[in-house]
Design a protein around this ligand. Structure first.
Ligand code: SPV
Ligand code: MG
Length: 270
């Protein structure tokens, strides 16, 4: 079982590695939020690639890049593969929604891409890759769009048949029931990836037993950052001093260690 943590920055990727995760998810939700923008196809492929590369350079873990819908049609997907592959990113994930997309948890209607068109994009992605190790993950939003498990299975099968190395079946249900049904009926053509954001009581061990190959904690780091930063900023502002919070925030030396400042400074020693 591969456990993956969302990391929108190099620093977050370092923390994900130190926490013991196997890989990093360069999340469109997190990357856009840290730019102060909604996850609504506003940033470009270049913006997302830059964030994925930043995470990749900062840690030793493989990076799985959330590439939204593939940034356009099959041509854009081929271009995307060339760019991510050249940058040394380990895996890309594209989802079967229409561009421009909006985050899966938004109440706005989620419009699915035509299944055959998306399967074609997966086959284009696989044909475009030059590095045989690059993984292409096909994500179905069938359940997010209000579909049944049958719909998710039909789409996942089509994407696996088109050459996807893994399928991600996303759900915003409060329980893993739909995902469990999916897993029970999945023919095992390729590994299954899940994102347990809303069905968060499901443990990694339970997922493993149910046949999940990879789980992505896509946005908890960002949500922790928002809660902690907001609380500390408010305390400082209200107290007119940072005295009360000094003991609970990371020291400057801890930050230096995360930045490997000593190793960098050693480079200037002749
Ligand atoms: C992301 O982290 O950007 C994802 C997962 O795509 S979700 O936000 O759940 O759609
Ligand atoms: Mg995303």
């Amino acid at each position: 079982m591969t456990t993956v943590m969302g990391a929108p920055s190099g620093l977050a990727a370092i923390l994900a590695q130190q926490s013991g995760f196997d890989a990093v998810w360069s999340s469109s939700f997190e990357v856009s939020a840290f730019r102060g923008l909604p996850d609504a196809s506003l940033l470009t492929m270049t913006d997302y690639l830059r964030a994925a590369v930043e995470a990749d350079r900062a840690c030793d873990l493989p990076v799985i890049a959330d590439c939204d819908t593939g940034f356009g049609n099959a041509l854009n997907v081929a271009h995307m593969i060339a760019e991510y592959e050249a940058a040394g990113i380990a895996a890309v994930c594209i989802e079967d929604k229409v561009f421009p997309k909006v985050n899966s948890f938004s109440e706005r209607a989620q419009q699915l891409e035509d299944m055959a068109e998306f399967a074609h994009r997966i086959s284009v992605a696989k044909a475009a890759q030059r590095n045989p190790d690059l993984l292409v993950i096909a994500r179905t939003e069938a359940l997010i769009a209000g579909g049944e498990v049958d719909d998710a299975l039909r789409r996942a099968r089509a994407y696996a048949d088109a050459g996807a190395d893994a399928v991600l079946v996303h759900s915003k249900a409060k329980t893993p029931d739909q995902i469990l049904e999916f897993l029970g009926r999945w023919p095992g053509t390729c590994p299954v990836v899940v994102v347990p954001t809303t069905y968060y009581t499901w443990t990694v061990e339970e997922m493993r037993q149910a046949g999940v190959a990879m789980t992505i904690y896509a946005n908890q780091g960002m949500r922790a950052t928002v809660s902690a930063v907001r609380r500390i900023m408010t305390l400082i502002h209200n107290a007119g001093s940072s005295a009360t919070i000094e003991d609970e925030v990371a020291s400057v030396d801890e930050i230096f260690a995360l930045q490997r400042l000593d190793e960098w400074l050693a480079l200037s020693r002749r």
